[in-house]
Design a protein around this ligand. Sequence first.
Ligand SMILES: [Ca+2]
Ligand SMILES: [Ca+2]
Ligand SMILES: [Ca+2]
Length: 363
Amino acid sequence: MRRIVLLLASIALAVIFVSGVALADSPTTKADCKKGGYAKYGFKSQRECIKAVKNAPPADTIPPVLTQVAGPAEGELYAGGQMYFESNEPVTFTYNMCTVGGVAPCPSYKEYGTGSDTRFELNWSTDNVRGDTPMVFYLKATDAAGNTTTVERRWTQEDIKPPEITVTGPEGVTSSTRAAYNLEANEPVTWECSFVLTPAGATEPNTEVDTGCYGGPMSWDINTDGKYVFTFKAKDAAGNTSTVTKTLVLDRVKPTVSITSGPGEGATVDTNSVSFGWNAEDNLEVENVRCFLEVAGTTERIQVDGSAPGDFKCGGTSYTGESRNPATFSNLADGQYTFYVMVFDSAGQWEIATRTFTVDTTP
Ligand SMILES: [Ca+2]
Ligand SMILES: [Ca+2]
Ligand SMILES: [Ca+2]
C-alpha cells in the first residue's frame, strides 16, 4: 500500500514538474515563488526561486527613443529627398510616406530593414514633383519587448525643377504674315508670351508687346516687315520658370535684279564667247543668285565657264565660291541663246532678268 502511495506521489510530482517546464515563464516577483509556486518555474526550492527573481534583469518597458538626423521638419517647405532617423536600441521599423489628399493616402505600413535596426533611411527622387505638394510620413519603431514609438511628419515637398518646355514653329525668314507656334510643357504651367519687333530699315526695336497665350497651338498675325523676337515663358505651380525665344523675320519685299553689261536684247554677236554683268539687291539679303544660258528651242542649259556640273550658283550669301559676276560662257556654237539671272532672298522670294541674243561667227 505504501509503495502504491509513493508511486502515485512520484507520478503527481512528475506531472507538476513537466507542466512547470511547459509554462516556462520566469518568476517576476517573490510572490510567484511562494506556496509551491517555485516548482512551476522548475526550481527545487522557494529560496532558489527568490534568488532568480532578485538576479533577473528588469523587464524592458521603455519604448525606443527616435532621433531625426535628416529630412523635413514638421510643417517645413522642404526641397530635399531624404528621411533619416536613429533609434537608441535595435527595433523593427515600419513606415509609410504619401501625398496628403491623394487618392489612396498611406494605406498601410511597409516593412523596413532587417527587423533589428538602429537607423532608418529613406531616399526619394524629387524629379517628378509637380508643384509644391503636401506630404505625410509615418514611422513606427518596435523594440524586442514590443514597446513602440511612432513619429508623424507633415511637410510641403517643394517643386524646385523648372518646367521642361518645347515650342515648335517658324524661325528665320518668312514671307507669311501668320506666326504659328505650338507650346508644350511637361507639367501644368501658365504661359506668358510677348514679342519685340524691329521694323525693316530700323535699328532700334519697338517696345515689347505682351500677348495672351495658352498651351497648345497659338498664332499671331504679323503685318510689318522686320525682325520679330518672340518670347515664350512658362511658370509651374511653384513659380519656377523656363523661357524659349524664337526669332522670325517677315520679308515680303521681293529682291530685284538687272543685267548691267553684255550683249543687248536681240543683239547678234560675231564671237563665240559672251559675258553678262548683273546686279542683285534685296531689302534684307540676297541669298542665292543663279545664272545660265538656255539654248533656243531646247531645254539645254549651259553653265558658267568653270562651274561643276549642276552648279548654277553665281552669287548671293549662300555662295562662297569665286565671283561669277560677270558670268562668262565660252565656246558657244552658232545659234540663239537666252541668258537667265535669277535672284532669291532669304524668304524664298525671287526675281528674274533675261537677255536673248544670237551667236553668228560666220564671216
Ligand atoms: Ca526598449
Ligand atoms: Ca516644376
Ligand atoms: Ca526681301
